[in-house]
Design a protein. Sequence first.
Length: 355
Amino acid sequence: MASEFPALKNDLLLRAARGEPVDRVPVWIMRQAGRYLPEFREVRSKHDFFTICQTPELAAEITLQPIQRFDLDAAIIFSDILVIPQALGMTVEMRPGVGPVLPQPLETPADLKKLITPVNVTEQLGYVFKAITLTRQKLAGKVPLIGFSGAPWTLMGYMIEGGGSKTLSKAKAWLYQHPQSSRDLLKLITDVVVDYLIEQAAAGAQLLQVFESNAEYLGPDLFREFALPCIQDISRRVKAGVKAQNLGDIPMTIFAKGAHYALKELADSGYDVMGIDWTVDPVVAREAVAGKKITLQGNFDPCGLYAPPEEIQKRVKIMVEKFGKTAYIANLGHGIYPDMKPEHAEAFINAVHSQ
Ligand code: CP3
């Protein structure tokens, strides 16, 4: 329970998520614990990716690495969105230089029978909850801990494509050819995501982010028909579950990468924070959500970190001016690249704090 954890010393992220005044803009970086850090590569050289996810001591250690190095305002639990397909009985491997591979993807609707449902998240994903609780203790209240999940459409994509894809054409073919089976699959994933996020909050996560990383492959019609209803269902049911368990106020973030066509709908989908990628002008995003109570998060181009530190400083200043300093959480517009120099991540973080 929340009261068993050390008191929070830096609540900037949570204040910004609620739209409360802050004395400096909070900042964190998607994929802040990862291969661009030599200390991550050191641990990773000794252990398989999912072994790290499944070992709370290792997951906690890696979660803390960027917090020890940089002046960040949040930690995000080290895990992966693909632990949900694993919990549903699918094999997922992380192949160096390739990324995630699901060797037996769903090929036809008949394959839905192979999935093991309902998922008991405590049994299948208990290691994530243990990692969250351990990390909360080790953080000692320095910054809040973010929990996360993939959104159903993004997970469906990996489960059908068998890994990353340039087009998502197999998964999209399902939407057009097998709409009812697609809805069944999305519903089954949604049910796991809901339980998974509520239990993350119960284990100590202080904000929950939902990654719809593959929104960019859907246009407005498919997004509204298939992805958005799940996104809405998740916020509604997770908030109800968090309330029923008296877990306090746990803000939720939706990051739908590439969903520039659905900013208004996303702002109305029951989340406290909406992440935007770098293709959306912050001023346009603010206009789209005018009059709505929502915090924006983003959206520095991850490639912008290749710029020299003075240039990063200049561009961050413009970004913060465009977003404004309230109801704003600074971040990249997507995850940091593995070949980024840590000093450039540091330049970004410090640039935000100097605004
Ligand atoms: O942000 C963090 O620091 C927390 C950890 C985190 C990871 N994955 C660790 C990881 C988070 C939040 C994720 C989310 C995730 N995973 C997403 C959504 C965010 C996004 O980037 O769109 C997606 C689509 C995945 C699936 C996934 N996992 C892919 C496509 C890849 C390969 C890409 C790559 O960077 O190699 C992964 C692997 C992965 N997840 C790594 C890390 C640190 C690198 C794996 C390795 O060490 O070999």
